[in-house]
Ligand binder design. Structure first.
Ligand code: HPA
Length: 291
């Protein structure tokens, strides 16, 4: 072992802030783009990043301290590129608590975005539909969430450089982003609902009794992601747009078992509409940030 490795081993481990900073600097060393908007592309939705112009693709495995996704349907790379005239960073796949990652690991990419100067994140996911009006393939703009994952990514000592100890969550999902997304959906004949997303740890799907419970407490959708990222983004003042694709009716609504294959098939079917919506919304969000 070289002397420098030896002394590095003795040194105090880097804090989350320093790790995020070094990941951000690594990403900046690969491209001249400096995006203000980042996207997290959930199950089966990563294809959008393949359409970015002027793209630089960075596998998660190369980015210092970045977690690697193991779920099927998640490519595991960060793509920086241009959509319309807007520089964006897109995550092709995320990591989840059910993969065994801690909540802090799950939100590390959001910490990195914060250090990169990102001002808005668009978080997408596949979700089960609890509200009966939601058809398979329905796109739903998130208006609020219920955290039933049993953990917060902000547990533990607070680093004020990211944000304050007790972040406000009254309007976690940016009102203006929601309005403009629903407006563009209407204008472009992409029927959008708004809904409340309940996050569970997974990986088993819910029982019918759990779905009845979730409906009673005000949830319209259920999934296994997104909420930790929203909490981390709001902690750092990053504005959030969340969009779910209802890939299946939640457990017990139809008389049939749930299957991850169905989730991916529905996401695949709706992909082009989802991408069309994102292409319309990104320049509007960029204008919103600039104005
Ligand atoms: N439950 C939880 N997560 C999901 C579902 C579901 O029904 N569909 C897609 N992700």
């Amino acid at each position: 072992m070289s002397p420098s490795r030896k002394s590095a081993k003795k040194a105090k481990p880097d804090s989350e802030f320093e790790r995020a900073e070094s990941a951000a600097q690594f990403i900046f060393s690969k491209t001249d783009l400096r995006p203000q908007i980042a996207l997290v592309l959930g199950s089966g939705l990563g294809a959008f990043a393949d359409e970015f112009e002027n793209a630089t693709k960075i596998p998660y495995a190369e980015i210092p301290h970045f977690p690697r996704s193991t779920a099927i349907g998640h490519a595991g790379q960060l793509v920086l590129g241009v959509v319309g005239d807007v520089a964006v960073a897109g995550m092709q796949g995320r990591v989840h608590l059910y993969e065994g990652y801690s909540a802090k690991e799950v939100i590390f990419p959001i910490r990195v975005f914060a250090r990169m100067g990102v001002k808005a994140v668009i978080l997408t996911n596949a979700a089960g539909g609890i509200k009966r009006e939601f058809v398979q393939g329905q796109l739903v703009v998130l208006k609020d969430h219920i955290n039933l994952q049993g953990v917060s990514p902000l547990s533990g000592p607070n680093d004020e450089r990211f944000g304050q100890r007790f972040p406000d969550m009254t309007v976690a999902y940016d009102r203006r982003f929601r309005e403009l997304t629903v407006g563009e959906g209407n204008r472009n004949r992409i029927g959008l609902y708004e809904g409340v997303y309940a996050a569970l740890p997974g990986p088993s799907y819910e029982t019918p009794a759990e779905i009845r419970y979730l409906r009673t407490i005000g949830a319209d959708l259920v999934g296994m992601s997104t909420v930790p990222e929203v909490i981390a983004a709001r902690h750092s003042g990053i504005r959030v747009l969340g969009i779910s694709c209802v890939t299946n009716a939640a457990a017990g609504i139809l008389d049939q078992p749930l299957d991850h294959k169905e989730v991916l098939e529905t996401a695949e079917r709706v992909k082009s509409q989802f991408i069309a919506l994102l292409k319309i919304v990104i320049p509007r969000i960029a204008a919103e940030l600039g104005g």
